[in-house]
Design a protein around this ligand. Structure first.
Ligand SMILES: Nc1nc2c(ncn2[C@@H]2O[C@H](COP(=O)(O)OP(=O)(O)O)[C@@H](O)[C@H]2O)c(=O)[nH]1
Ligand SMILES: [Mg+2]
Ligand SMILES: [Zn+2]
Length: 294
């Protein structure tokens, strides 16, 4: 029986579309002994499959994962493109920071993509970018509508497995469409009343890029709880805070008002954006609350 290895692009009603390493596309069902819950096989998983007939195959096993994110649910991504609109909907620095911490804590390379440049004056993306540049994050400036930054986005995605993330309405599907017009992903109006987009991308699926590589367009979300992060590790997921930590008076400093905190001093001098330190302190509270519940 023929078999091979491949990557899961999407799940479709209990079946999975697998792109074999040899280039063929096969629809597979999981072997019975693969216990199925929604997290057993994810888009991005590398699998071993065997061919059953012309119509399909069987996934024999899922190979160990390099990385796994649960929201968006995708395995083995190299990078996370965090998409935020400059307006409509308004950018939410707190959500951007949650996604940055999610990426950092999972060993996934993040970048911030500021979209809808066409809607705002240049000071808006500049001020937003200043927040993340202090943490040395790479920033993409885009407008899916007029085509700004699409080439840069394309070279960033080439030959990598990338997931998009960010609130619905930020323009994730539109960016993919600008890059790969043939895909014609469904996009949706931002509601005039709430300023938010409605969810149109329901399942996570890997899309194949013609230049090479895969991108997952994901459903947007505005709520994301950070879980399973040790409070003592949190500052290591904020590069802009981590940079100063060595200068804090106490090695155990958690940068919450301790005397001699170099992080607070750096924030006072403008070397760390105020919103970043606020996010850090809020996440720390959330993680402590979560811990005290058990
Ligand atoms: N003006 C403007 N509108 C955009 C841009 N990108 C997306 N949109 C619009 O924003 C709305 C939401 O886009 P969509 O791609 O569905 O967002 P998603 O929920 O993040 O996938 C749609 O009406 C898009 O046409 C952009 O760069 N500029
Ligand atoms: Mg979408
Ligand atoms: Zn400190």
């Amino acid at each position: 029986m023929a078999s091979g290895f491949g990557i899961v692009l999407r799940g479709v009603g209990g079946l999975y579309d697998v792109r074999g390493d040899d280039g063929r596309m096969i629809r597979c069902r999981p072997r019975g002994r693969i216990k199925l819950d929604s997290l057993t096989i994810l888009a991005g998983d590398r699998v071993e499959y065997s061919i059953v007939d012309d119509h399909g195959g069987v996934i024999e096993r899922v190979l160990p994962r390099k990385t796994v994110l649960l929201r968006p649910a995708v395995a083995n991504i190299d990078q996370l493109v965090i998409v935020a609109a400059c307006a409509q909907p308004d950018p939410q620095p707190l959500l951007i920071d949650r996604l940055l911490v999610l990426a950092e804590s999972h060993g996934v390379h993040p970048v911030v993509c500021l979209n809808k440049l066409d809607l705002v004056s240049s000071s808006v993306p500049r001020d937003l970018a200043a927040i993340y540049e202090k943490a040395d994050y790479e920033i993409l400036f885009c407008s899916a509508k007029v085509g700004t930054g699409i080439e840069e986005l394309g070279s960033f995605l080439k030959d990598k497995v990338t997931s998009l993330a960010g609130p619905s309405g930020a323009g994730k599907s539109s960016l993919v469409n600008a890059l790969e017009p043939d895909l014609q992903l469904v996009t949706q109006e931002v509601s005039k009343k709430t300023g938010r987009g409605r969810q149109t991308t329901r399942h996570v699926e890997l899309l194949e890029l013609s230049a090479g590589g895969y991108v997952a367009d994901t459903p947007g979300f505005s709520q994301l709880r950070l879980v399973g992060i040790d409070v003592l590790d949190l500052d290591s997921y904020f590069p802009d805070i981590w940079k100063w930590k060595g200068d804090c008076r106490f090695a155990s400093c958690l940068h919450r008002g301790e005397p001699g905190c170099a992080v607070a001093a750096a924030a006072d001098e403008g070397a760390i954006a105020p919103s970043r330190l606020e996010s850090y302190r809020l996440f720390m509270e959330e993680l402590e609350q979560e811990r005290s519940r058990y």
